[in-house]
Ligand binder design. Structure first.
Ligand code: PLP
Length: 370
């Protein structure tokens, strides 16, 4: 691939500009730019319908939504979480003065391993923050059972899990709250954005209050809230984007299928297993570069980069290896053998609707070359 044809691991879904103009016109006409205006409300309803959920509170981004979700449930003390995620998962705990306790991941799903959670619970533990990594659902039942036994809350970091369904509906219905990100790199984006999926109207009301400074009316402030509101421009873009989602998914699915076919049986390259009865969202295409592959993961990463193919090492380094976490007892590699191994082998390949068939064949050829 030449310089003009660089391919990245993801590219934002951008509908034709002319389709966005009428939305902008409306904002200019009614002069409501933010503060939960008409597009904000429309997007909340449209997302509930599209995802099969009852209550969603939109946010300015996923990280502020995570911070606010922890506030809303008054989580304190220690929280069990995964080291194998984007750094915002653990940062949201530090922003609430909470001590993260890292627990290792399951080698099949790269999600928090429920079998290892109980040993990490102390009298200070108040919640579990698991991540549906790459949109593959956590073992929600096992995690719920532990939470029930120890009276813990569960907040899912569902930043990767937009649109993922199991046989009974959206996986975002699990736990006490689920948090989405609509960042430009995610399957569904609003440039920047996020949301909290709420189980009932009272909790949504409380969260809506928290995302608006805790203001009730002109003279009443009831909580130390934050400014987490999604603006009208972002909400309008989300409404437009929703109309393109089904087509985008169909294309993502084709890309996923071709990678699986073409990389199957390739020595030293391992794809994540199919998710069975789960309806996935094809948001990422991770492979593991095992020791049987002729070159190491970082060398393959560099070789692809030299050819204009920008894969990403999601998630490397582990969150627990960053300076603000590595002093914790739970951050030691000996406590996280699976995550420590996977982080040295994983590579996410380009997957996005605008990736052409030709470009994908180039990527596959490059990996098969040995
Ligand atoms: C993207 C992401 C976030 C943060 O979302 P922003 O909208 O970028 O703030 C949090 N957790 C995970 C797992 C993510 O991938």
């Amino acid at each position: 691939m030449n310089e003009k044809n660089n391919v990245f691991v993801t590219q934002p879904l951008l509908p034709p500009l002319e389709e966005f103009i009428p939305y902008l016109q409306k904002i200019w006409d009614n002069k409501i730019l933010t503060n939960c205006g008409p597009f904000h409300q429309q997007l909340e309803s449209a997302l509930c319908e599209y995802l099969g959920l009852e209550h969603i509170a939109l946010f300015t981004n996923g990280t502020i939504a995570l911070v606010t979700a922890l506030q809303a449930l008054r989580i304190t003390g220690e929280v069990i979480t995964t080291p194998y995620s984007f750094v915002a998962t653990a940062h949201s705990l530090l922003w609430n003065g909470i001590k993260p306790v890292f627990v290792d991941i399951d080698p099949r799903t790269f999600n928090l391993d429920p079998a290892k959670i109980e040993a990490a619970i102390t009298p200070q533990t108040t919640a579990i923050v698991p991540v549906h990594c790459y949109g593959h659902p956590c073992d929600v039942e096992a995690i719920q059972k532990i939470a029930n036994n120890y009276n813990l809350k569960i907040i899912y970091d569902a930043a990767h899990a937009f649109g993922v369904k199991d046989t009974r509906g959206s996986i975002l219905r699990h736990g006490d709250l689920s948090v989405l990100s609509f960042h430009a790199t995610k399957v569904f984006n609003t440039f920047e954005g996020g949301a909290i999926v709420c189980p009932n109207a009272q909790i949504k009301h409380h969260i809506d209050n928290l995302k608006n400074f805790g203001i009730v009316d002109e003279v009443t402030v009831v909580a130390p809230g934050i400014n987490g509101k999604m603006s009208e421009i972002n909400a309008a873009f989300g409404l437009l984007q929703l109309q393109h989602m089904d087509r985008a998914w169909a294309r993502r699915k084709e890309i996923d299928t071709l990678y699986r076919e073409q990389l199957a049986g390739l020595r030293g390259i391992q794809c994540l297993p199919d998710t069975g009865e789960i309806m996935p969202n094809y948001s990422y295409f991770p492979i593991l570069v095992q020791s049987e592959y002729p070159i190491a993961r970082d060398d393959l990463y560099q070789k692809l980069k030299d050819e204009g193919i920008y894969s990403r090492r999601y998630f490397y380094p582990l969150i627990s290896d960053f300076p603000m976490y590595r002093g914790l007892a739970s951050a030691q590699r000996s406590n996280l053998p699976v995550a420590s191994d996977v982080t040295t082998k994983v590579l996410c390949l380009p997957i996005y609707p605008a990736l052409s068939h030709q470009e994908q064949l180039c990527i596959i050829k490059s990996i098969r070359e040995f």
